[in-house]
Design a protein around this ligand. Structure first.
Ligand code: ADP
Length: 259
């Protein structure tokens, strides 16, 4: 009985999911087709306009690519490769990518206060999570402002943040100077397909994916936001303490008593 119910719930979720995706994908294709159609019409007499229409079409196609990529990440068959990671070094390694993604009008600063603490994660996944947060920050800042990423450490009491167990955590806090969120938006941001962005621009999958990543790592997400001021998203990931390789006991030859 129970498993039937779960089955029905799952089918409903799949239905909602595919309906939402089909809708978004259709909108993006409409942008591509519309742009190409206009380009076709203007190609003989107005090369500038043609260029713009083609750019629009490309943007639509790029969004569709981003959407399918996100979906693939969701359903990804690739096994995770979980390894010890120093969060500060991971962020430092992303600085070129972040600069390029955020543009010249956003200054990015990164500070590492992890003092050598590690966490265990799939490197590729964690990079994607940080990139997703940075892109959200960029969108919230309208392409202009300050983004800071601080990696640090903390000890949490039981359920201090959400449901995470007491223990030692590394934190990755991404702060922007964007438009912030109202309390009712904050309540819904982790729902799949919840987006406040214009049709075709947001998939509403970014934060729900990050939520899934953090849950799987047995961590938590903290969210603070002030409308008109900015937002901080903080990831709490359990500290990984490498097993110290025990030095082998010095082998002492047994001393045989002389007869
Ligand atoms: P998407 O970015 O595709 O809309 P997300 O799940 O990443 O999907 O985000 C959901 C919504 O949460 C966004 O549409 C936006 O309203 C809000 N949001 C996310 N990050 C921020 C941020 N840094 N500042 C303000 N609002 C944000």
């Amino acid at each position: 009985q129970e498993s039937k119910l779960r089955q029905v719930q799952k089918m409903e979720a799949v239905g909602q999911l595919t309906g939402g995706i089909a809708h978004d994908f259709n909108n993006m294709l409409a942008v591509v087709v519309g742009g190409l159609e206009l380009a076709r019409r203007s190609i003989a007499k107005d090369p500038d306009a043609t260029g713009r229409h083609i750019d629009n079409a490309m943007e639509g196609a790029n969004r569709a690519t981003a959407l399918t990529r996100q979906l693939l990440a969701f359903s990804r068959e690739e096994p995770l490769r979980v390894e010890p990671i120093a969060p500060g070094a991971l962020v430092a390694g992303m600085s070129d990518l972040l600069d390029r993604t955020l543009g010249d009008a956003i200054t990015v600063s990164a500070r590492d206060q992890c003092g050598g603490w590690l966490t265990c994660a799939d490197r590729h996944q964690l990079e994607n999570v940080i990139l997703n947060l940075a892109v959200n920050a960029r969108d919230a800042m309208g392409g202009r402002g300050k983004l800071s990423i601080v990696t640090a450490t903390t000890r949490l009491a039981e359920h201090a943040i959400g449901r995470c167990p007491a223990g030692q955590y590394v934190t990755i806090a991404v702060t922007d100077t964007g438009h912030g969120m109202t309390p009712d938006v904050m309540e819904r941001v982790f729902e799949p397909f919840f987006t406040t962005k214009p049709i075709g621009q947001g998939t509403g999958l970014g934060l729900s994916q990050i939520f899934a990543f953090v849950a799987q790592a047995r961590g938590e997400i903290g969210l603070t936001s002030t409308p008109g001021k900015g937002t901080t998203v903080t990831l709490y990931l359990p500290r990984h303490i490498p097993e110290t390789v025990a030095k082998p006991e010095p082998q002492v030859e047994p001393v045989h008593a002389q007869p």
